[in-house]
Design a protein around this ligand. Structure first.
Ligand code: SF4
Length: 213
């Protein structure tokens, strides 16, 4: 990556970290995926129970692999060959986990976190349940404000994710949102975290490279 891009991402990230702090959301910067993985895994004590939200970023950073090798009680809802019943059971167990890890769809310069979700299995535990939530995100998701966040989600995140997940939606065919009524609709809920009541619960790791969707 060109040095100027790294400078740009870090400079924006440091401003966003201050804004998140004003909203009682902890945050830190990692220069790259490897540093993000090391910082994230270091925050989780041995033996803690850890649940997961669907996230390309957790895979791309190597955090998923690290979690699977660490001495933790990983409630791995993405383990191979899970029955639908076991998958649902793990989602429910995850609501009471010590830690919940996920990505973010957009972070505003005012320190707001924006998520889009189909079934709310990601946003549910982010809002309440697990004692600590760590959100890992590339600096490519920093946007000027909530209007830009909505545009990013509607015109990029949702169509690209619908395609990635094989959803039968108009956007997975055309790349454009049709504000559909499809049962496969991927953007059933849009959630904005403006501020936190508990200043110790959320921690955002901003990574100085492009990651995820
Ligand atoms: S509303 Fe439908 S078409 Fe639009 S992004 Fe969401 S899933 Fe795709």
């Amino acid at each position: 990556m060109d040095q100027s891009i790294g400078w740009f991402y870090e400079t924006r990230a440091q401003a966003v970290i201050k804004a998140l702090g004003r909203n009682r959301i902890q945050a830190s910067f990692a220069r790259d995926a490897a540093e993000a993985a090391a910082k994230t895994l270091a925050m989780i004590p041995q033996g803690a129970s850890v649940a997961l939200g669907g996230s390309l970023t957790l895979s791309e950073t190597g955090i998923m692999d690290g979690l699977r090798q660490a001495p933790l009680n990983l409630i791995d809802r993405f383990a191979k060959d899970l029955s639908p019943e076991e998958s649902l059971s793990r989602l429910r167990q995850g609501l009471q986990a010590d830690f919940f890890l996920a990505g973010v769809n957009a972070v505003t310069e005012q320190g707001e976190l924006v998520f889009v979700d189909a079934s709310c299995t990601r946003v549910g535990p982010i809002l309440f349940g697990p004692r600590k939530v760590i959100l890992v995100t590339g600096c490519n998701k920093i946007v000027p404000n909530l209007a830009y966040a909505q545009e990013r989600i509607r015109h990029f995140v949702a169509p690209a994710n619908a395609k990635r997940l094989g959803r039968k939606t108009p956007c997975a065919q055309t790349g454009q949102c049709a504000d559909c009524d499809s049962p496969d609709r991927i953007c059933n809920a849009t959630v904005v975290i403006h501020k936190q009541a508990d200043a110790q619960r959320l921690h955002v790791v901003l990574v100085g490279q492009e990651l995820g969707l």
